[in-house]
Design a protein. Sequence first.
Length: 434
Amino acid sequence: MQSDLPPLPSYTLKPVPPLVSWLKDEYMTLLLPVLAYWVVSMIFHVIDVYDLFPQYRLHTPAEVLKRNHVSRWDVFRDVIIQQVIQTIFGFALSLLDEEATYGKEEYSIASWALLIRKAQHYVPALLSVVGLNAGALASNLNLTHPNAASILSGGRYPGLVQLVSVNGQSEIAPAFAPWEMQLAKALYWVVVPALQFFIGIVIVDTWQYFLHRAMHVNRWLYATFHSRHHKLYVPYAYGALYNHPFEGFLLDTLGTGLAYLVSGMTVRQSMWFFTCASIKTVDDHCGYSLPFDPLQLITSNNAAYHDIHHQSWGIKTNFSQPFFTIWDRILNTMWKGGDVSARYEKSRVHAQHKVDRDNGIRAAQSDSVNTSSASEMDETIKNSSNTPISVRRTTRKKATSISQQSGNLKGLRNKVNESLQGKGGNVLGVESGH
Ligand SMILES: [Zn+2]
Ligand SMILES: [Zn+2]
């Protein structure tokens, strides 16, 4: 039977040329996730600052202003620190990597085809177990379905031959059937890479779930490291990697590094994997429940899901991050408190009161300043100086725009509630009582 097998082609390995001529792929792999993080974050930042999709906000601008315990600058600085650590670590890892090569594809595809051929050898024996005569079936199908007949007869393709060169001389050798080659190509180009991504995702999700949960179970771990990330009660996109540097390194950098090593991804694959993981983490913190965001539709572990974990009442639930909710489901840590819209509304109203109170105080101060210095002001205006007027106008404008906003937000709140009740009910699985 051995001699019936088609031979494997020879191959020559060549170094893979970099994707862009001026940067090694290994460095591109380090650069892309950071670049993607900031590009996607800035898109969400613009949406947030210009309030482009108020109807899809999880939190109001007043909440962003009042509920977070950390300034945007501190967040920005710590994210940069984590990314510097991540890049240095990635660079050190890349030094251990062997140089990427290509040229073995035909050989690897033929190896898969060979496996498929060898697997067919077991077909007659397997069919005889259930009482079927494979030989008789094969001869019946020989004329109408030659491929099926070949499979049933244990992978015999007597008519399939090819010319191969052995020591400079042409020889006739067995060949693979077209269907075997097509299946082998699909395995090599699609199934195996997809499996590697899947393994990578499982490793990252598992790694992050258990370490993240441990950070919440152990008081010291929480107080020392993880509490920093939870200063963001109202997450925003670029706060995704706002962590204690040690936690960032342990959960994100080591987790994805391990996924890369265990799954056996190529550098090119890891470029996609790291970049997608980075974008997914940003998206989970974006503060919007967007019906047209594909990342929020692919899995139920989305911004609305993770946002619950950022609330004081939901902090002991929804630990799963960043891809799927599977560990929360298996270990029963998914939010089970029912409809969350009333809790969200309470936070919104509370934050809005704070903003209104601050504006009231500011307006009162501004009025008292205006009254006491009215005569001075009149003098100044008479003296044709524009500065005091413009200062006064700015103060007034601010006060009005925020109070107008507060009125508009009542409408928005209803919409956000609808979005949370409608979508969240299904997406979060809260109503179905999982
Ligand atoms: Zn947490
Ligand atoms: Zn978070």
